[in-house]
Design a protein around this ligand. Structure first.
Ligand code: ZN
Length: 202
């Protein structure tokens, strides 16, 4: 869609036009794309609509680092327990699991799944040691049962940055990373967001 605004920046060429050093191939460093996700993605609170917006946007590769669209562990993941209704392993009652449990070992690093700002760290009986990160466009990610918290409230973090260590604090039967994803206050199934590795498609 052509409402997207693209500005090609001719960084070096203008002042020395007679030498014509203009590039013939442009890289992402030459592009300045208006952050239209602020106006278009921010208001959407339905998970399917959000996922479809992101997958269908031709500039998704450009904005993806701003959202928790990645893996909170620094390796291939496997899922212990999915998002949704389940029999709680300790309480033995049917509970809605508002997140995903990723298999982990004590002491392995947990990383930020997207650029953002730490809004809260602490300990809760259920969640153990946890970190909350707020991201652009209304996203929030939460990391629980940590053995170590390496960031502080108010700190800016980059996607892939170490934020803590996996552990088994709180109500757990073994070490794992509990990972919650929210947007505009709504709980999302994080699974759809774990593997958003987009490449430029044009
Ligand atoms: Zn969990």
């Amino acid at each position: 869609m052509l409402r997207k605004i693209l500005i090609l920046l001719f960084i070096s060429a203008s002042a020395f036009a007679q030498y014509d050093v203009r590039k013939s191939v442009y890289t992402d460093a030459d592009l300045e794309i208006e952050d239209y996700w602020e106006t278009e993605l921010s208001p959407i609170s339905d998970q399917n609509e959000v996922v479809s917006f992101i997958h269908n946007d031709p500039f998704n590769y450009f904005f993806i680092n701003n959202i928790p669209g990645g893996n909170p562990l620094a390796r291939e993941i496997s899922v212990n327990s999915f998002y949704g209704a389940r029999l709680h392993p300790i309480h033995k009652i049917l509970k809605f699991h508002r997140g995903i449990d990723l298999k982990g070992v004590n002491g392995e690093i947990a990383i930020a799944s997207g650029n953002g700002k730490v809004t809260e760290t602490g300990f809760k009986e259920d969640l153990g040691n946890y970190i909350k990160i707020s991201h652009k466009y209304g996203f929030e990610s939460i990391y629980g049962h940590l053995s170590k918290i390496s960031v502080k409230k108010g700190q800016e973090v980059k996607k892939g940055q170490t934020i803590g260590k996996v552990g088994q604090t709180g109500k757990v039967t073994g070490p794992h990373l509990h990972y919650t994803l929210k947007k505009n206050g709504e709980y999302f199934d994080p699974f759809d967001f774990l593997f958003m590795n987009f490449q430029k498609s044009w």
